[in-house]
Design a protein around this ligand. Structure first.
Ligand code: ADP
Ligand code: MG
Length: 224
């Protein structure tokens, strides 16, 4: 429905003309505060789906509606603005900028959205506290553990108060114990902010704690 946070309608994706379809007529809607797990074997199309949902890649067919707006029918500038202010993306690998401190990495999306630097700094501190990094504001990524880097990446994704968080195996590079701790934080943040989320994961135990589970296989999406 077009009043959902995000609605993927009949999405198909083929990377190259001679290749098989990675996604084949996939539809998925996410309501306010809904927390969705995306499961599926490696190579099944989880990242492809998240990239299309996050407007980071284009679909071969179908439409992506965000807050009721058809993203195919808006200008590139508007799409960039939507991506920056409505969607937070967390990758499996943190993708932090190595030469910037934790606080600066979290400030960057706010500065890009023209938030003034004092406000951005205060918000970044608040977000880093939320992910339990009070003592690491001025640390460089190289001075942080894997779990801490991923926490900074989560704080960065939340910087512009997105309505939708897309996370691509966000704890996939962490040891199992750290993965659970980071995930617990993520669940707590979701409850506090009432954001919606789609999280690709291989961890069925963690997926069980979300509102819905979808499984991708052979280009199709099934609700579990
Ligand atoms: P998952 O995230 O579930 O592991 P992906 O979405 O990364 O799966 O990949 C799904 C399929 O699409 C795989 O067969 C992969 O090789 C292919 N694929 C992904 N990205 C590209 C690309 N940029 N160009 C061509 N094929 C790609
Ligand atoms: Mg992937």
């Amino acid at each position: 429905m077009h009043n959902d946070i995000i609605s993927l309608e009949n999405i198909s994706k083929q990377y190259n003309k001679k290749d098989a379809f990675v996604l084949n007529d996939v539809s998925l809607s996410v309501k306010n505060s809904e927390f969705i797990a995306l499961l599926g074997p490696s190579g099944s199309g989880k990242s492809t789906l998240l990239h299309i949902a996050g407007l980071l890649d284009s679909q071969t067919a179908g439409n992506v509606f965000i807050n009721g707006r058809n993203t195919a029918k808006i200008s590139d500038n508007e799409r960039t603005y939507l991506r920056l202010t409505k969607i937070g993306f967390v990758y499996q690998y943190h993708h932090l900028l190595q030469e910037f401190t934790a606080i600066e990495n979290v400030m960057l999306p706010m500065l890009a959205a023209k938030v003034n630097s004092k406000t951005a700094r205060e918000k970044a501190k608040h977000l880093l506290k939320t992910v339990k990094l009070d003592s690491k504001f001025d640390s460089l990524p190289s001075e942080l553990s894997g779990g801490q880097k991923q926490r900074v990446a989560i704080a960065r994704a939340l910087a512009n108060n997105p309505v939708l968080l897309l996370a691509d195996e966000p704890t996939g590079n962490l040891d199992p114990e750290t993965a659970v701790l980071v995930f617990e934080d993520l669940i707590e943040i979701m409850h506090q902010t009432q954001m919606s989320a789609i999280i690709a994961t291989h961890n069925y135990e963690l997926a069980d704690r979300m509102n819905k589970k979808y499984f991708i296989s052979e280009g199709r999406l099934l609700e579990k």
